[in-house]
Write a protein that binds this ligand. Sequence first.
Ligand code: IPE
Ligand code: IPE
Ligand code: MG
Length: 239
Amino acid sequence: MSHQVPELTDTRVPRHVAIIMDGNGRWAVARGKPRSMGHRAGVRAVRKVIRAAAEAGVEVLTLFAFSQENWNRPDLEVRLLIELFKATLKREAKSLDKNDIRMRFIGDHRDFPAELREQMKSAEAQTASNAGMTLVVAVGYGGQWDIVQAAQRLAAEGRDINADSLADALDTRGLPDPELLIRTGGESRISNFLLWQLAYTELYFTPQLWPDFDGTALMQALDWYAGRQRRFGRVPEAA
Ligand code: IPE
Ligand code: IPE
Ligand code: MG
């Protein structure tokens, strides 16, 4: 069986960068502050990294903001994260639009408040015709959920299940797979993020906590990526 693998290209700036923004809580606790302060500082880092990624020429930036498993945190923290997300979206949507950024939200949103679901829909609609960077925010997202919902969708439509149709039914349909995954916060795990889409992604783990991450840190990760040789199972090119 021939399996579709990406073309070997020497494009040095990844088209799609995905980030697991981890370490907000530890950042705050290290300063004797409540975890909520870490999440607020995390929003400031998000703003810097969006700007830097767009300037670097990244086409798609996907940020993991809230996992399905994060529903298992204490109620108070979950509520705070939802409120922070709502307030941030409300405040930032206009300026993202002005910067020609197109927004997209992936994940299972059924358990989020109706008001927030509406905000996400209207931000998507408002920015749908923008031609700049696509900003994908993963909320209530789980990689296993995504594969299951894709398979269920294909089955319900009576469609053939193969690698192409499945990729097309994922919540990320239409987007290129990430060439680079960044995880801050020191853990070397995927935590049920984009499981299918990360099949051949370069993985960059940094001990930096998310609130300390910024444009310079992003450039360091892009530099690291530029030095990787991607083989996709083939043999290295002759020297
Ligand atoms: C990441 O930071 C933000 C979310 C998961 C919402 P954490 O809140 O996981 O921070 P740590 O890992 O506990 O430091
Ligand atoms: C992963 O961080 C999820 C997000 C960054 C949104 P977690 O802090 O939830 O991951 P684990 O629990 O350490 O694996
Ligand atoms: Mg964490």
